[in-house]
Design a protein around this ligand. Structure first.
Ligand code: MLT
Length: 311
């Protein structure tokens, strides 16, 4: 880099268009390369990642000049926050760039699992014409339980209302005032578990939410319930999920995220009633442009001495 220029490492692939503020700035030099393929990590002032790069204390030790880590997305569970804080490195994310894409994908997964679309698609492409095997359910009149009512949960609720679904929302941080504004009913976790026909989770993965839908809580759900996870693998415990799929309690599950990614649990995927996508809820042209642009601006401002807004 030239004198006074900042070095920025973009470790995971990101929207070029979104990165333009960085690529065009003469104040920065941008290297687009995976951290594992960079010989000298010590020169970088900023690190941009999606979810593929795991940021550990060990990695940070190789980056003594690092001032900021930006996550082009929402979840920061691939970044060791304590390790970053200890080293005085600021961590920022792009909290709303992929909200709509994730809410839409969740909706698509809900419809797909309730109407057996992936199964019917596979069947017709295999040369069959089987109209009996794929009877599904309407969304209208069903109760959708939403666990976690942040940006994504809220957008999902609005869409579900247009489909004439009833909504039950559990979120310990949700105020009555906000619930009323969006027009949803707040409920306890048990009320959601006991009354929902479909349950979808929209929380981060934390100590509190890991295994939230596990053996004990899934037992409280209605027989024939559908479960959806487009948030983070592990919020629904996979062993428990398989148990209740095996005994027929769960009618179907739609999963975009897994405890281990790429998913290794072939047993889970082999259930006819499980439909799955490879963590693509945020993979739209719009969302990727949004998140890359959001973190680019943020990093640029931060390096210019302004405070970070999404840390
Ligand atoms: C996110 O946390 O933003 C999503 O999981 C999408 C991603 O991993 O990029």
């Amino acid at each position: 880099a030239k004198e006074g220029q900042f070095n920025i490492l973009v470790s995971d692939s990101m929207s070029k268009e979104g990165l333009l503020p960085l690529l065009e700035s003469d104040q920065v030099r941008c290297v687009e390369k995976n951290v594992n393929d960079v010989e000298d990590l010590s020169i970088f002032d900023a690190l941009l990642v999606r979810s593929a790069t795991t940021v550990t204390g060990e990695l940070l030790d190789k980056m003594p000049k690092l001032k900021i880590i930006a996550r082009a997305g929402v979840g920061v569970d691939n970044i060791d926050l304590d390790a970053a804080t200890k080293r005085g490195v600021v961590v920022v994310n792009a909290p709303d760039g992929n909200t709509i894409s994730t809410a839409e994908h969740t909706f698509a997964m809900m419809m797909a699992v309730m109407r057996n679309i992936p199964q019917a698609n596979a069947s017709i492409k295999a040369g069959e014409w089987n109209r009996k095997a794929f009877q599904g359910f309407e969304l209208r009149g069903k109760t959708l339980g939403i666990i976690g009512f942040g940006r994504i949960g809220t957008q999902l609720a609005q869409r579900a209302k247009a489909f004439e679904m009833s909504l039950l929302v559990f979120d310990p941080f949700l105020t009555q005032e906000r619930a009323q504004k969006v027009g949803v009913e707040t409920a306890s976790l048990d009320e959601v578990l006991e009354n929902a026909d479909i349950i979808t989770v929209h929380t981060p993965l934390t100590k509190e939410t890991k295994g939230l839908l596990g053996m004990k809580n899934i037992a409280k759900t209605k027989p024939g319930v559908f479960l959806i996870n487009c948030a983070r693998g592990g919020i629904i415990d996979q062993e428990a999920l398989k148990h209740y799929l095996n005994n027929g309690h769960i009618a179907g599950a739609a999963l975009d995220v897994f405890e281990e990614e790429p998913v290794a649990d072939q047993e889970l995927l082999s259930f006819e009633k499980v439909i799955a996508t490879p963590h693509i809820a945020a993979s739209t042209k719009e969302a990727q442009l949004n998140v890359a642009a959001q973190v680019s601006e943020e990093v640029l401002h931060f390096l210019q001495g302004e405070p970070a807004s999404n840390s």
